[in-house]
Design a protein around this ligand. Sequence first.
Ligand code: PBG
Length: 323
Amino acid sequence: MKLPVRMRRLRETAAVRKLFQETTVGLQNLVQPYFVVPEKGVKREAKKGTALWQVSTEPLVEEAVALARAGCGGLMLFGVPPFKHDTPEKLPEQLAPLTSAITALKKTTASFPIFSDVCLCSYTTHGHCGLVKDGTILNDESVKALCVQAVELARAGVDFVCPSDMMDGRVGAMRAALDEAGFSRVGIVSYAVKMASAFYGPFRAAADSAPQFGDRTSYQMPAHNRREARREWQLDEAEGADVLLFKPALTNLDLIRDAREGSDLPLCAYQVSGEYAMVRAAADAGLLDFERAIIEQLVAIRRAGADIVVSYHARAMAGLAGP
Ligand code: PBG
């Protein structure tokens, strides 16, 4: 055959393929999540094979040392509070396990970046991401409570707060609250496009954060709306977000690409618990190769335009034992 172009020339050997590879996934791009529990001496998977690690401070510090040494990008911490409470007064006590873990981490692995989720769902009895009155979510009161949470985390030493509540106006309010409290160095990674998704199932069990009535559709986004997603990240950028986060990752690759082309902010994607779990379940059923499938997901997420990825697979890439 006379062909002017032969694509396979660039695929013939491993060395040539590597030379022309356009997208990379390195451990330095990945952020590993942990659930910080109030009990001492805990290091366990919330459920076998989920890679949702519940830890207390000491094991977490050991993990951080190993991850930092391996070149991992950072940690994403979620607090599991010692008790639930529906008004914000007790937030500092509820956050104590998390804030003391952050302070301990900053003593041992000072330069290792720590991100922490900011949300109310694990902290309240009703499990919603905002404060509730008579069955409805109070947006503006919730924003105030989220700002209290962010400032507490900043005081403990966190590098980035990551509001995942999807209330309106929280990024601007949080920026002002942090600055006012003297934490202008603390960045905001805004969950700008967070869908009301079925893929958070395993997480809610680990964080004990499932809503006790209704669902999250009055604040999390419908997956159907591309223009609405653009408005979300444009607003967060205008309010002062340092990084825009998209979640879940795989079902929003087009929206990540939109943001990559429309914004110069760094982008983060969250490969969520359900995205991880479906690969694990399929691999356990002998249907596919776990490692290749999970890396292929990560490649697609990076190719769509994400600079960093929050991933339950970071630990394994760092060579830490686990599922
Ligand atoms: C808290 C929060 C959730 C996740 C991250 N932050 C759960 C939810 O919104 O219900 C999900 C992460 C995952 O599934 O891995 N609002």
